[in-house]
Ligand binder design. Structure first.
Ligand code: FCB
Length: 436
């Protein structure tokens, strides 16, 4: 039996996002789904979601009882600033209590300021491409840090900026439903400026209060391999999304410049050195091949790496690619890394035990290779509203009955609790629970 131990201070818990769990939110996503019900697989919306806005105390108590020592959640901008410049102090007080409740139940809060959704007023003014989006975002970030800063050290400005730009502006699957490469570029530039402005605001407000904040984006990385490594065309085309999707945003954050081809190298105030750690969302690897019929996808076809098992979403399950991502990112950026998301959609909780063992094992291997990994946050605690996939994809450790909203922990929740309790990934534990 191999036993691998994480450091005592290693953070272990789950990640969530407001729109996916809270219910009762009026933002660009709720409007989008109301106008385009067909955009959600299987129908459904997040009007109630899992009613977490009202049930957060019980929900967090349940996670604390499972020995989690960290919890990532997002603040919903549309609640906190329902009209431009108008801040809702009750909404802020709610999130202060969420952060306090995390602490009360033994969990370090990790707080995201923008997880895919925008207030309607900002979406109507151009969303990520609105000229004043960075200033607005910085003001909102400052209000959040003023309110929550006593409870919160770990901040994520923007969740998966490249994903939200590509799905909303290139593929048209998410709001605002555009399909335009120039608009995608504009959204990416806007997101970079928003991140820079918010990072500066977080650092400034924290400093005024004598605190040191930890700041990152949640960077989505997929390992992108040439479909046929013997073909020069596949090798060449795989490099394009690998640069744009996996490296461009982070390199811009380090250099402080809007790098080509999205910009022309112009400097952005506050951007250079804006990351104090690196938040990594990692799910899968993909094979990339040349596809001359896909100009909208920059001539790259993406498919799961052949031969690997697939999750409920059809993503290849590839724990080794998490280890490689950790090693590559640490080598290039020299920052400590927090895994801000990693998880699997799995209707019957059959894949998840092995997934957890293998992915946490890959994290332990990366630590052995010298990578400074701060923690691992499983996506996600509760089955929830999975964006364009609606309620069809179940990533949760805990199931939620769609009628009664009753929460029931899955067997893998107990496995993860055991890992949280012992800080160890013993192979035998998985075998025992699967056999049980
Ligand atoms: C990530 C998102 C998260 C969830 C998971 C499955 O890309 O950040 O909200 O949708 O994928």
């Amino acid at each position: 039996m191999t036993q691998r131990r994480f450091p005592d201070r290693f953070l272990l818990g789950c990640a969530t996002a407001a729109h996916q769990v809270e219910g009762g939110i009026d933002n660009d996503w709720s409007r989008w789904v109301a106008d385009h019900p067909e955009a959600v697989n299987g129908g459904g919306d997040a009007a109630i979601a899992i009613d977490h806005y009202r049930r957060y105390r019980d929900d967090l108590e349940q996670l604390g009882s499972m020995q989690h020592n960290a919890h990532r959640f997002s603040v919903e901008w549309a609640r906190v600033e329902p009209a431009p410049g108008v801040f809702d102090h009750d909404a802020l007080a709610h999130y202060v209590d969420v952060a306090r409740t995390c602490r009360r139940f033994g969990m370090e809060p990790v707080v995201t300021l923008q997880h895919f959704t925008l207030p309607v007023w900002l979406a109507e003014a151009g969303g990520f491409t609105a000229p004043d989006a960075p200033v607005r975002f910085a003001r909102y970030a400052a209000a959040c840090v003023e309110a929550l800063g006593e409870q919160v050290t770990w901040w994520v400005t923007v969740n998966e900026p490249v994903v939200v730009a590509v799905l909303g502006y290139l593929e048209g699957l998410w709001p605002p439903g555009e399909r335009s490469l120039p608009r995608t570029m504009a959204a990416l530039r806007g997101l970079l400026r928003m991140h820079a402005a918010a990072a500066h605001a977080i650092a400034t407000v924290s400093h005024q209060h004598g605190r040191a904040a930890q700041i990152s984006i949640a960077h989505h990385e997929r390992r992108l391999l040439p479909r046929d490594p013997s073909l020069r065309a596949d090798r060449a085309i795989a490099k394009v999304p690998d640069y744009l999707f996996n490296r461009w945003f982070l390199r811009a954050c380090v250099t402080g410049r809007i790098l080509r081809p999205v910009g022309s190298g112009e400097a952005v105030p506050g951007l250079a050195g804006s990351l104090t750690y690196l938040g990594l969302n990692h799910y899968t690897s993909e094979a990339v091949s040349l596809d001359l019929g896909a100009p909208g996808m920059l001539f790259a076809r993406h498919e799961p790496v052949p031969g690997l098992p697939l999750s409920g979403t059809g993503w290849a399950i590839d724990a080794g690619s998490l280890r490689v991502a950790l090693i590559d990112l640490a080598r290039e950026f020299g920052l400590p890394i927090m895994i801000t998301e990693n998880g699997v959609a799995d209707d019957h909780d059959e894949l998840r035990p092995t997934f957890l063992r293998d992915h946490l094992g890959a994290v332990a291997d990366a630590i052995d290779s010298g990578v400074d990994v701060l923690g691992y946050l499983y996506w996600t605690a509760w089955d929830n509203f999975e964006w364009a996939e609606g309620y069809t994809q179940r990533f949760g450790l805990i199931s939620v009955d769609r009628e009664s909203l009753q929460r029931v922990a899955k067997p893998s929740a107990a496995l993860f609790a055991e890992i949280c309790r012992t800080h160890e990934v013993p192979d035998a534990l998985v075998a025992t629970r699967q056999g049980a």
